[in-house]
Every structure is written in C-alpha cells, then in structure tokens.
Design a protein around this ligand. Sequence first.
Ligand code: CAA
Length: 257
Amino acid sequence: MEFIIIHQQAQPYIAHIQLNRPKELNALNLQLMQELRDTLKALDEDDQVRVIIISGNDKAFAAGADIKQMAGKTAIDMYNVDQFSTWDTIKKIKKPLIAAVSGFALGGGCELAMLCDMIVASESARFGQPEIRIGVMPGAGGTQRLTRAVGKALAMEMVLTGRFITAEAALQAGLINKIVPVELYLTEAFRLAAEIAQLSPLAVKMAKESVLRAFDSTLEEGLHFERKNFYLLFASEDQKEGMQAFMEKRPPVFTGK
Ligand code: CAA
C-alpha cells in the first residue's frame, strides 16, 4: 500500500486505517481509493476485526478528490474511469466505520467522512463541499448525504457557496458525533470503537444495516426490514448469551456466532 497505512491492531477487534498523502492533504486519488476499498473489504471479512477507524492526520482528513488528477479529463474519461465505483463498494462494508477527522474534510474528504457511520472530530476540523469553486459540484454523495445529515438550508449554503463549517457548527447541525481537543480525537475514536467492539458483532452489523435502510426506504419498508433483522438475531448464539448474561447478572461474552 502506497497511500494508506494499516496500523498494527492497538486494541482487540479494532482496525485503524490512516490516509497517507500528507503533502497533498490526503487528496483522494484513484490509487488511494482503490487501496482503501481493498483494505476495507479484507477487514470486513476478518473475524479479528469488529470496528474500523479511518483517519487522516492532524492537518487534514482529506482535502477532496485529487483535482490535479481530474483537471484534464473529459466527460468520457470520467465515465470510463468510473472513480466512484470504489465508493459503491465501501458503502457495502458491513462493519461500523468511524471517521476520525482533524483539519480539512473537504469535497470527497467530507463525503468519505459521511460515508462512514460516525464521525469523531477534533476542534480544528473543517467540513465543506467546495467543488462549486472549481466549476463542478459534489460527485460522491455530497448533495445527498449532507442534505440528509444537516437539512436543506445548511446543505444548500455549503454546496452553493463552498463555505467551510467549523467542528462546532457541524456538531450543532448533526453532521458529527463528538468534538474533542486535537490531541484526543484518535483516543476518542478508539474509545467509541472499543465500546462497540465488545458487543455482538452480528447484532452490530444488522443494526448498522437497519439504520442505513432508513435513508433508502419508506417508514413502512424500513420497519419491516428492521423487524426481519431483529427476528434473525434470535438465530445467533450471541442473543442467547446476551439475554442469559443479563438474567445471571454477569457481563456477556459475545463470539459473533
Ligand atoms: N487535489 C489535489 N491536490 C490538492 C488538493 C486536492 N483536492 N487539496 C490540496 N492539494 C495540494 C495542493 O495543491 C498543494 O500542493 P502543492 O504543494 O504541490 O502546491 C498541497 O496539497 C497543500 O495545499 P495548499 O498549499 O493549498 O494548502 P493550504 O493550507 O493553503 O490550503 C485548502 C488548504 C484550503 C484545503 C486548499 O488546498 C484547497 O482548497 N484544496 C482543494 C479543496 C477542494 O476543492 N476539494 C474538492 C475537490 S473535488 C471533489 O472532491 C469532487 C468530489 O465530490 C469527489
């Protein structure tokens, strides 16, 4: 891997991927996105991993798709390269993804953070969809996921002006989960991951799938989907263990079976 670092597992069941093009503020070129996709797919199949953290560095989570790589392209080049197909695969990752964001999360960087399930940010985090300033518009879900997260008024403002918002404004708007000082954003992401990693991985995956379904379905369909997953979990050993442990007043031990 050239543009990402897969850190040694510091805590059980938690994987940490770091975007690593620091000189380019982690601009998301095609190779970086392919490496990220391949790594996430492998981690999704690894029983020793239950939660995945994606971070950049203190200065930038990612400053967007690589403008220099796209600048000379024609519409047909863009169609043929189909750069967003990697994003479609990442969207299907079943395990929880936590974005640990410090500094710039712009354009594709903001979209990648929103593709994750939760966002922990440092006080220095800045979110924005500035594509309009370079004559285009968001292409990796920005007009859709941002609008669903923060509502029409703020999404329109951000997408039509390219303005950045602070971590504080992002928290207030419901885009992110938590803000901590810059020296703590990874610690906080690990804390969140550790809490989830001790739960039943099957229940966690199905719960993630069900929450995401809320964005793609009517209430009736979503409720139906939720109910099926709820019933399905009664086929798991973890359901027996979780409920038995509750009755025996002891902590459960979940195995993912
Ligand atoms: N693509 C390619 N290179 C980028 C980049 C990007 N998105 N963002 C930053 N860089 C490069 C800069 O060109 C610069 O490289 P050089 O040293 O070789 O000149 C280096 O990273 C450092 O950047 P700056 O000198 O500009 O740093 P700064 O602190 O002055 O400014 C910034 C930081 C405000 C983030 C500014 O770099 C910027 O505006 N970046 C572009 C943000 C953007 O427009 N993102 C959207 C991209 S399009 C997209 O994402 C489409 C989509 O929906 C998927």
